[in-house]
Structures are given as C-alpha cells and as structure tokens.
Write a protein that binds this ligand. Structure first.
Ligand code: NAD
Length: 336
C-alpha cells in the first residue's frame, strides 16, 4: 500500500483524497487543512485524519473542538508521497519541506513547470514520470488539450494546432470571483499561456492558443482547429475518439446543447460530485475540410486532473506501468 497525504483540501485536494481512498493499492494517511471550516468538518465526518499546516492553526482546530492529529511535519513523517493541492504558487513554498523530509510530491497546474522534474498527463508521458520524486499534473485546460492532441497527433500527425478556450470564471463554491456580466479576453495579448504549457508535456506539437473568461462555473469549452499531415474523415475521427480512454462523445441530438446538460448527465449517472473525468467531445461538431479538422470539447475543470494525480502517484512510486495504472484508476473512478 502506498501511504499518501494530501496538502490543501479544496476543489482539487478533496477530490484527489476521495480518489486515493478508492484505490486498492493506496492508503490516505491524512489531509492538511489551514482552517476548521466546513471542508474540515466534511473530512472529519468521512473519517480522514486532519493535520494543520502549522502549530498556530492547530490551536484553532482545538478551540473549535475538532480533532487534529498534528501538523504537516507529523503527516510527512508517515507518508511515502504527498499530493500538494494548495493554491497556485503556494506549493513551491512547500517544496523545501518535502525535500527535507524525503517525501515525493505531486504538484498541480498552478505551479510553474520547473517546480517538478516532469509535467504530466498520464496518456502522454507516464513513462517520463516513472520513478521521479517531483511531478506536476498540468492544469485542467492543459490536461484536456494534451489528451486530445496526443491521440490525434499519433493517428494523423498534427502540423499546426489552434485552440480558443472559453473558460469558466469561478468554481461553483467560489463566491468571490467574477465576472458576473462580461466576457474577458484572458489574456488580451496573444498567445495565452496554455500553448506553452501544452509544450511542457508535448514539446513537438506546434500550437497557438487564445482564451476568454465567461460568467459560468460549469466547465470550459475548447474550439480546436487542427491541420493534419495525413488524410482524415469524420467517421474515422469519431471512431478513434470513442475508442480512446478518458474521452466521451456527446451529441447535440441527444440534448447535449451546452455544458449544463453534460453536468446534468453526470448527476444522472450518479458520478461523485457530478464529476466528469473525461474530455467530452461533441460528435456533431467534428468536421474535416481538406487537411483541417474542427471540433468542440468540454472540460470539467474540477475533475479532469483527478485520475492524472492517481496515475502520477503510481508512476512516482514505480508501482505499475502506464496501461495498468490507467485501467485501475479508470475502474476505481467509474470511467468506462
Ligand atoms: P482551492 O482554493 O479550491 O483549494 C486550495 C486549498 O488549499 C484551500 O482549501 C485552501 O484553504 C488551502 N490552503 C491555502 N493555503 C494553504 C497552505 N499554506 N497550506 C495548506 N493548505 C493551504 O484551489 P484548487 O482549485 O483546488 O487549486 C489547487 C491547485 O490545483 C492549484 O495549483 C490550481 O491551479 C490547480 N487546479 C485547479 C483547478 C480548478 O479548476 N479548480 C483545475 C486544475 C488544477
């Protein structure tokens, strides 16, 4: 059993903690919280041992009558590996501590590429991450882009990729972020950072990206235009994507007219927290014109990196090869 801790129990951390708890080869030793808030209460009810980020905050838990096992230092003494899901830019500040305690770490996409030895998407570069001490799971948008570019590049060869990203502006719980009524080019100067980030995982893909933030909380949507080396047709692209792990095809004719219906579908399937771990590609958006392929995909920002974190743990700990890990993660999370 791999002994795992989670530092930062927010949108990503709490999902990764639940996913670790579902794996037959991993044991969740505890989660690190800064405050005795409702997330800490939920963790306690689930039976997850809680550790404070420092001694001062530990007292705050005690004052609220909550059980804490100790501080992050105590957790690090107990684990083989830690998943750092603290806010972007905070993870890097913990790296010294992980190094001192000789604990391997999985960082998230809010950290810079150089926080780790490898930026990671399981289907693209699992082998590169094998045995590494520090791995960075890239952001939700980058994960979604890398997954689809990787499979299409292998099948048809991509000479040039253009992606426009329509991004949700906040996660559903996050009352502090906007906009409420605006569309924000983010950034205005092109290209957006996503292209560079894709290249941290797939260095050979030539890609240009632009991004907008819109008043939504459920999912991002990507509009892709890909120039292909080899001839493709719509049916073969549909067949390829429907046979690829961590992709689902949705169709406007089935009522998938927006991201809202995709999330509703996940509710109907009984997915934990309505989570969609897969890229959702609109089958009826797939068009091929000469050597150009067009499509739309939707990415559930809160969920897509969860299976990647689980695979990154197995790669770092050298437990299984790529296909075995992906299959096990998929089976445990209910990904068909
Ligand atoms: P979040 O704000 O929802 O959760 C972060 C948690 O860390 C919070 O509970 C916060 O209280 C806690 N925290 C803050 N400072 C801490 C500290 N010093 N020590 C320990 N815990 C601390 O953030 P998130 O959305 O889960 O993002 C975490 C990481 O995942 C970021 O790098 C982000 O870029 C990345 N990511 C986020 C999303 C998303 O859509 N939310 C998707 C993919 C990747």
């Amino acid at each position: 059993m791999i002994k795992v801790g989670v530092n930062g129990y927010g949108t990503i951390g709490k999902r990764v903690a639940d996913a670790i708890n579902q794996q037959p080869d991993m044991k969740l030793i505890g989660v690190v919280k800064t405050r005795p808030d409702y997330k800490a209460k939920a963790a306690q009810i689930k039976g997850y041992p809680i550790y404070a980020d420092n001694k001062e905050n530990l007292r705050k838990f005690e004052e609220r009558g909550m059980n804490v096992e100790g501080t992050i230092e105590n957790l690090l003494d107990e684990v083989d590996i830690i998943v750092d899901a603290t806010p972007g830019g905070v993870g890097v500040k913990y790296k010294n501590l992980y190094e001192k305690r000789k604990v391997k770490a999985i960082f998230q996409g809010g950290e810079k590429h150089n926080v780790a030895q490898t930026s990671f998407v399981a289907q693209c570069n699992y082998e590169e991450a094998y045995g590494k001490d520090y791995i960075r799971c890239v952001s939700c948008n980058t994960t979604g882009l890398c997954r689809i570019l990787n499979v299409l590049d292998k099948a048809y060869g991509i000479t040039e990729a253009y992606a426009v990203l329509v991004r949700r502006s906040a996660d559903p719980f996050d009352v502090k972020k906007g906009p409420i009524d605006a569309i924000i080019p983010d950034p205005i100067q092109l290209p957006s950072h996503h292209a560079l980030d894709v290249n941290t995982v797939l260095p050979k893909i030539s890609i240009f990206t632009a991004a907008f933030k819109v008043p939504a909380t459920h999912m991002h949507v990507h509009s892709l235009i890909l120039q292909l080396k080899n001839k493709a047709d719509e049916d073969s692209v549909i067949e390829l994507l429907s046979n690829t792990s961590r992709m689902i095809l949705v169709d406007g004719q089935d009522g998938f007219t927006s991201t809202a219906e995709i999330i509703e579908y996940c509710r109907d399937l009984g997915r934990d927290r309505n989570d969609l771990y897969e890229n959702a590609i609109w089958a009826d958006s797939i068009k091929v014109k000469n050597h150009e392929l067009y499509l739309f995909q939707a990415i559930h920002q809160e969920a897509i990196v969860v299976p990647e974190n689980i695979d990154a743990i197995r790669a770092a700990m050298e437990i299984t090869g790529k296909s075995e890990s992906i299959k096990l993660t998929n089976d445990m999370l209910g990904i068909k």
